[in-house]
Design a binder for this molecule. Sequence first.
Ligand code: UD1
Length: 355
Amino acid sequence: MILNVVGARPNFMKMAPLVLELQRRGLPQLFVHTGQHYDERMSQVFFDELGMPRPDLDLGVGSGSHAEQTARVMVAFERVLVERRPALVVVAGDVNSTLACALVAAKLEVAVAHLEAGLRSFDRRMPEEVNRVLTDHLAELLFVTEPSGLANLEREGIDARRVAFVGNTMIDSLVSHRERALAREPWRAYGLEPGGYGLVTLHRPSNVDDSAMAAEIARGLAGVAEELPLLFPIHPRTRERSGELFSRIAGLRLVEPLGYLEFLGLMARARLVLTDSGGIQEETTALGVPCLTLRENTERPVTLSEGTNRLVALEARAIQEAARAPRPGATRAPALWDGCAAARVVDRLEEFLAR
Ligand code: UD1
């Protein structure tokens, strides 16, 4: 049996195509949610919209410090593994749940497969970077989304026989749902025109927990909003830490976190996306929509070299200038971002289980 783990919002769109492909091929699986994200809008809504089954188990770990959250996932997940004894555990991305479950599985000698392996920002101040590096070194099977991942893993001495460049399962989700998302014309509900607005997301601790940094970014957004209406579905952490600051900007509208289809539709017709997310850098590249990433680095360099992404200095002036001259939308998707990544992953999983 294959055990698939999700924990936080960005895991869902990466895991859905895999869960569905396993189902299609009739392979037995157990689907576990750690409960790292628990709000209806951060979690449940995605299962329905992505057409995937509800998790078989929800460990209900919730929020906490890094140690508390990681430890709670580990304790609860160990019980599941001891009881269910899967042949393989699949984890995705770089959230605390990813590392916690990979570590438990490795200690119980259950093989780990990592979706989205090999990405590196080379910035250890990011909790996600620590999670990525450690998860990759625990994994038996490493599924890479872009060529940089192959080079990074080789440099770290990981046996190339464990590594497979399969493309991007998150883009499988995008390809499957883009038309349905557009058909909803989600911009209308906000009185916006296609191509006539910018979409904003911010949640990284380095941007929103530090009030001086958040204030600088807010000044930048205020300048952009003078020329282009901005819509900002605000993450609960951002609302808690610096919501007040963003709520005072004229021309910027704060809304609750959105479902997958609504967000995808809005992203596809935005003139511009401003974000500090990882996944959105890739989704905008796949959609050909200009993206300004408010970070010093990216672990997804293919979005810079082949896509529509651009890193922007965390200064109000730089943000405003970049928004006036974003990179034009690209017409070519990166290699293997073709909607068929999950099928390639499952081919490999079947091969592995047959051994
Ligand atoms: C996590 C991931 C990050 C990912 C992001 C996507 C880690 C280390 N970080 O960050 O990589 O990009 O998810 O959203 O795993 N909260 C709620 N409701 C929820 C979830 C969170 O209110 O359903 C609030 C709580 O105040 C919580 C805070 O958000 O303390 C942070 O949540 P947490 O899961 O620790 O990390 P994220 O910032 O969401």
